[in-house]
Design a protein around this ligand. Structure first.
Ligand SMILES: NC(=O)c1ccc[n+]([C@@H]2O[C@H](COP(=O)([O-])OP(=O)(O)OC[C@H]3O[C@@H](n4cnc5c(N)ncnc54)[C@H](OP(=O)(O)O)[C@@H]3O)[C@@H](O)[C@H]2O)c1
Length: 290
C-alpha cells in the first residue's frame, strides 16, 4: 500500500513513520519537503504521488500562539485538511486525520462523546473544528480521530517539561483543575497502524468521527505526580513539594477547557481495540523513551 504521511517530525508523525512502515511504502513529509501553506504544491504532491492512504499528523499545535496567528492556524488546521479530503476523494484514497479535545468548552463535567456539541474556547480549537467540518463537507472515506494531551519523550511537551522542572526546582506548582486523557504518541500511532494493517476497507466501512485517547483521565497535577513517580532517574530530582494550583494562577493567552476528557467507547466497540490506561502507557513511555 502507498501511504502519504504529513507531519513526520511531529510527536505523532515521528511515531507513525515507524509504526506504519510494515504496512506499505511511505512517503513522509514535513516542512523541509513541503510547506503545507503552499496549497498548490500540496495538491500537486498528492496528485503526483497518488497514495492509497493519506495520514495527516501535521497541525498548527501552539495553542497560545494561535491566538495571535489565527490566519496561519486556520490555514494549516482547516484549509489543509479540506484540501487533503478533496484530493483523497479525487483518487479514492481514505484519509486519516487527527483532531482535539479542545473542540469542547469543558463545561459538561464528564467525558465527551462524539455526539456532544463542540464549542471551542480558543483559536486552536476553532481552527481544528473547522478542519473537521472541512473534511466532513467532502464525501470521501475518512477517519477523524479526536485525541487529547498528546505527549512523547522526545521534544518539548508536558512530560519532558515536568521532568526538567523537577530537576531545577524544590517546589512545583501544577494546575489541578484541567482534566483530560494523557495520550502517548506511540500508543496513538500503534493503534492507528493496527487499523491500517487490516486494509483500507475498514476505513471505508467505518468512516467517521471517533474519540481516541489514553484510557481514563487525570488532572495535570495527577499526571505530573505520576511522571515524577515513574521517572527512571528519580534520584536526579531536586523537587520536594508538588503542589496543586488553579488555572487562574497561570494566565495564558488562550483559554483552555477545564474538563475535556474524551469517552473513547465508540472507538473500542467499533474497532475492537482496547485503549491502555494512561498510567500504563506512561509507564511504558518512561521505560522506552527512544
Ligand atoms: N499535542 C497535543 O497535546 C494534542 C492534543 C490533541 C490533539 N492533537 C492533535 O494531534 C495531532 C498530532 O499532534 P502532535 O502533538 O504530534 O503535533 P506536533 O508535534 O506539533 O507536530 C505537528 C507537525 O506538523 C508540522 N507542520 C506544522 N505546520 C506545517 C506546515 N505549514 N508545513 C509543513 N509541516 C507543518 C510541524 O512542523 P514544525 O514542528 O516544524 O512546525 C510538526 O512536525 C494534531 O492533529 C494535533 O492537533 C495534539
Amino acid at each position: 500500500m502507498k501511504i502519504l504521511l504529513f507531519g513526520k517530525n511531529g510527536q505523532l508523525g515521528w511515531e507513525l513513520q515507524r509504526t506504519l512502515a510494515p504496512h506499505g511504502t511511505i512517503s513522509a513529509l514535513d516542512y523541509a519537503e513541503l510547506d503545507l501553506q503552499d496549497f498548490d504544491a500540496l495538491r500537486k504532491t498528492v496528485r503526483e504521488l497518488k497514495p492509497e492512504l493519506i495520514v495527516n499528523a501535521a497541525a498548527y499545535t501552539n495553542v497560545d500562539k494561535a491566538e495571535s496567528e489565527s490566519e496561519k492556524a486556520f490555514a494549516i488546521n482547516s484549509t489543509v485538511p479540506g484540501i487533503l479530503a478533496e484530493e483523497a476523494a479525487r483518487i479514492d484514497a481514505p484519509l486519516i486525520h487527527y483532531s482535539t479535545d479542545y473542540v469542547f468548552d469543558g463545561s459538561k463535567g464528564q467525558p465527551y462523546t462524539e455526539t456532544d456539541l463542540p464549542d471551542p474556547l480558543n483559536v486552536y480549537g476553532k481552527s481544528k473544528l473547522a478542519g473537521e467540518k472541512a473534511i466532513q463537507a467532502v464525501s470521501g472515506f475518512h477517519l477523524i480521530l479526536r485525541t487529547a494531551w498528546v505527549y512523547s519523550l522526545r521534544g518539548d511537551g508536558f512530560v519532558t517539561k515536568v521532568l526538567k522542572w523537577a530537576r531545577q526546582n524544590e517546589t512545583l506548582r501544577i494546575v489541578d483543575d484541567q482534566v483530560s486523557n494523557p495520550t502517548w504518541a506511540r500508543m496513538l500511532a500503534e493503534i492507528t497502524s493496527q487499523v491500517v494493517a487490516r486494509g483500507t476497507n475498514i476505513v471505508r466501512e467505518r468512516k467517521g468521527l471517533y474519540h481516541l485517547a489514553g484510557g481514563g483521565y487525570a488532572s495535570r497535577f495527577e499526571w505530573a505526580r505520576e511522571i515524577l513517580k515513574l521517572d527512571p532517574k528519580s534520584k536526579e530530582q531536586t523537587v520536594k513539594d508538588l503542589l496543586p494550583s488553579p488555572t487562574s494562577e497561570f494566565p495564558t493567552p488562550a483559554q483552555r477547557p477545564l474538563f475535556s476528557a474524551l469517552d473513547c467507547s465508540s472507538w473500542e466497540s467499533n474497532f475492537g481495540l482496547n485503549l491502555p490506561s494512561w498510567k500504563d502507557a506512561l509507564g511504558l513511555a518512561m521505560d522506552n523513551p527512544g
